[in-house]
Design a protein around this ligand. Structure first.
Ligand code: HEM
Length: 492
């Protein structure tokens, strides 16, 4: 029977509270003052004479820090404040990434659906480029389409069926054997992170469940370091700091996948790595070994924190809203405990509503980054070539002009006849949009449903205390700062 050691628990909590970040330092009063302060505005660039375009206005915030305190602590709330104050297009200097924020659904649409191909993925490069070099999201235009067409073959319904089988085996076992019941020290977020990594070792890397333990652990650790490195404060390779560690860890991943590709080229299997080794588009184009290494490293990152975040948010809201938990469980009970397939998962329609509402309230990738490849016009504002542009679906998801009572957990807003997500084409875009829209959307939804179905069949989820609400750190993907304690009460 799995247990939690008090020492481990206390050490974990101490680390969470005492590692200084912009979120756990007592900066509340400073944050409020910064939010109310009038910053001197300047023009990003004068529009060409006679163009009829307006200049983008912006500011620099605090010296050195820019607006990092407000953005990292407030997340979408802070961006909403910027939208209300300055409108849909506003520039901010930042030591992390100076950029124009393109806010509201119209601005999101103008960037995502841009027919002129004015916006490149190069905006992502300073954020995560060295760690996810030549991943699909980092490629542009024709080259991107070429790679996406080949990769699409790994996401057909037949392929997805194969992945679901693997996901279900791992999820059923971990939830039943490893998770600790009746213990308020159980933290849902790290437990889910570990589970989705276990799933990845089988579904993405092709290891048999429970085998190659040391190798899988080493790769998973390297993967975690690589993923975190994008949030480094010292953004250059200086040992022993985060950026440097990320590059070292990326090398470990490259070596591992190079070896594995050689092996899987000759093998058969329904895991994603083996599929990518054998897949070709309609014209017979396939990936080189290097392509597969780069794509696998990116795919693991793209799939991992996003699904973990969504499941964590769902866990909280289902615990806080027992009536929704019961609705989901009733549907799951109708499926029973047999092996899952896509058809079965499609019947869990209430869970679809809860997934959407969780993605709306805590959007795992709340913003998307682009770079203007030429001088262009964004909603009538002049954008010079080379400007970084950030769209904010995570903020659009909170707009009262699109969503009724936006802070309320209300999954029925996604059901007929309300269908609030249809009020604008880009009212709801947790998976992005346009040419780079998430290729793993259905995979992610199937994984989330599988894990949640298994969880709801086994436990009732309860809050650690009445009225508990998690606090989020927005310095990257949103994560609950305390790890999200949830009590699992066995049903039988
Ligand atoms: C809840 C889960 C997920 C969320 C919220 C999510 C979100 C996103 C978003 C917003 C983008 C667009 C980024 C941009 O426009 O710059 C994206 C792209 C991508 N996602 Fe996901 N994702 C999820 C799960 C997954 C999974 C499970 C996989 C793989 C199995 C995956 C693979 C990718 C890839 C490869 C791209 C790049 C697509 C391209 O550039 O053509 N994602 N994702």
């Amino acid at each position: 029977m799995a247990t939690i050691s008090t020492t481990d628990y206390l050490l974990d909590q101490a680390k969470r509270r005492l590692t200084p970040t912009l979120n756990n330092l007592p900066l509340g009063p400073i944050e409020r003052r910064l939010n109310n302060r009038e910053w001197p505005q300047f023009t990003l660039a004068e529009p060409p004479a006679g163009s009829g375009l307006k200049p983008v206005m912006g500011d620099a915030g605090l010296p050195v820090l820019g607006h990092m305190i407000e953005a990292f602590r407030g997340g979408p709330e802070y961006v909403l404040h910027v939208y209300r104050k300055y409108g849909p297009v506003h520039y901010a200097y930042s030591p992390a990434l100076s950029s124009v924020s393109a806010l509201g659904p119209d601005a999101t649409q103008a960037v995502f659906s841009n027919k002129n191909k004015d916006y490149s993925q190069k905006g992502w490069h300073p954020v995560i480029g060295p760690f996810f070099n030549r991943g699909l999201m980092m490629l542009d235009f024709e080259e991107h389409m070429f790679h996406r067409r080949i990769m699409q073959e790994a996401f057909t319904r037949t392929r997805l069926s194969g992945y679901v089988e693997h996901i279900d085996k791992v999820a059923s076992k971990v939830v039943a054997d490893d998770w600790v019941a009746n213990d308020p020290r159980f933290l849902l977020h790290p437990a889910l992170k570990e589970l989705t990594l276990d799933i990845a070792s089988v579904v993405f890397m092709g290891h048999e469940p429970g085998t190659d333990h040391d190798l899988v652990t080493k790769v998973n650790e390297a993967f975690t370091v690589t993923t975190r490195a994008g949030g480094a404060i010292i953004r250059t390779s200086v040992p022993p700091f985060k950026w440097w560690r990320g590059l070292q860890a990326r090398k470990v991943l490259e070596n591992y996948f190079e070896e594995r590709v050689k092996e899987r080229r000759k093998a058969e299997g329904t895991d994603m790595l083996t599929v990518l080794c054998h897949t070709a588009d309609e014209d017979g184009n396939s990936f080189s070994d290097d392509d597969i290494v780069n794509h696998m490293i990116f795919l693991m990152m793209a799939a991992h924190d996003t699904s973990t975040s969504t499941l964590t948010t769902m866990g909280y809201h289902l615990a806080a809203n027992p009536e929704w938990q019961e609705r989901c469980r009733d549907e799951s009970s109708r499926l029973g405990d047999g092996p899952l397939d896509i058809e079965a998962l499609e019947k869990l329609e209430t869970l679809d509503l809860v997934i959407n509402e969780s993605l709306r309230l805590v959007t795992p990738l709340p913003f998307n980054v682009r770079q203007a490849v030429r001088d262009t016009d964004l909603l009538g504002y002049y954008i010079p070539a080379g400007t970084n542009i950030v769209t904010w679906p995570g903020m659009n998801h909170r707009l009262p002009e699109l969503w009724t009572d936006p802070d309320k957990f209300d999954p029925d807003r996604f059901a007929e006849p309300r269908s609030e997500h249809k009020r604008h084409r880009y009212a709801f875009a947790p998976f992005g949009g346009g040419a780079h829209k998430c290729i793993g959307m259905v995979f992610g939804q199937l994984e989330i449903k599988t894990v949640m179905h298994r969880l709801l069949r086994k436990y009732r989820l309860e809050l650690p205390r009445p009225g508990y609400t998690p606090q989020y750190d927005y310095a990257g993907m949103p994560v609950p700062m305390d790890g999200m304690p949830i009590v699992l009460r066995p049903l039988h």
